[in-house]
Design a protein around this ligand. Structure first.
Ligand code: PEP
Ligand code: MN
Length: 261
């Protein structure tokens, strides 16, 4: 064993400077809105676009998402720009439909322990091996998270990305408290890649860059960032979304940081 290697410090020689970013609007709102973000992501040479079709809103009177229409918009934009698409599935009854339209399925924080949904997603993606981005619940421990991941992988799809998106603590200055230590802890305990969603813990766009720098430096395999052409008019999560121009600047910075780490 090389005595100079400190346990937990990544071997810099084996890392590369490419980073996976799941960027896109909180909600898919229209063809034009989604196209503008897709065009930006394509021009930056990124691979994935995210967008919400079924939204887990706290208040039933808030915008709930465009549903299947949003899935169609995502599918068409993915084809047009050669991007992979990622969206949240909230209901077991929708799993097959969602899997038919998009490349990756997201489990949101509010469905962290919806075991029947996790099982169904595992069944629906058993043959396709579509990526499942499984978010941590805001009151879930890492042990609970890793245990429940087996519901998804039970039928043979191991293509799971674990996404830390902030947990609830006594702190109210941010929307959620980002548990950055989840990255090395999960890397020690499992082989699953770790994504850090930097938008939902931030809650405000000016905090997003710092959380993204930290995520890359901590060794996250990917990050999620919400981007909207006109955040002030967004139907959900406006205050935390970056404009395409702001996103472009951040991606350049993150590529520089990733090359160092
Ligand atoms: C989202 O990604 O749009 C979302 C609702 O995230 P979370 O489940 O982490 O709140
Ligand atoms: Mn959101």
């Amino acid at each position: 064993m090389n005595e100079t290697v400190i346990p937990g410090i990544p071997d810099l020689g084996t890392r590369d400077d490419t980073i996976t970013i799941y960027a896109g609007p909180c909600s898919v709102e229209s063809v034009e809105q989604f196209d503008e973000v897709a065009s930006c992501i394509h021009d930056l040479g990124l691979t994935w676009i995210r967008g919400g079709a079924f939204k887990p809103r706290t208040n039933p009177h808030s915008f709930q998402g465009l549903g299947e229409e949003a899935l169609r918009i995502m599918h068409d934009a993915g084809q047009k720009y050669g991007l992979k698409t990622l969206t949240e599935v909230m209901d077991s009854a929708h799993c097959q439909m969602v899997a038919d339209y998009v490349d990756g399925l997201q489990v949101g924080a509010r469905n962290f322990q919806n075991f029947s949904l996790l099982k169904k997603i595992g069944q629906v993606t058993a043959d396709s091996h579509q990526m499942v981005l499984y978010k941590r619940g805001f009151a879930g421990t890492i042990a609970e998270w890793l245990a429940a991941t087996d519901y998804i992988t039970a039928c043979g799809n191991n293509n799971v990305v674990l996404c830390e998106r902030g947990i609830r603590t006594f702190e109210t200055a941010t929307r959620f408290t980002l548990d950055i230590a989840a990255v090395p802890v999960i890397h020690k305990q499992s082989l699953f890649p770790v994504c850090i969603d930097v938008s939902h813990p931030a809650g405000q766009r000016d905090l997003v860059p710092s959380l993204a720098y930290a995520a890359i430096a901590a060794g996250a395999d990917s990050i999620m960032i919400e981007v909207h052409p006109q955040p002030a008019k967004a139907l959900s999560d406006g205050p935390q979304q970056l404009t395409p121009a702001q996103f472009e600047v951040l991606v350049a910075q993150l590529r520089d940081i990733a090359a160092v780490f």
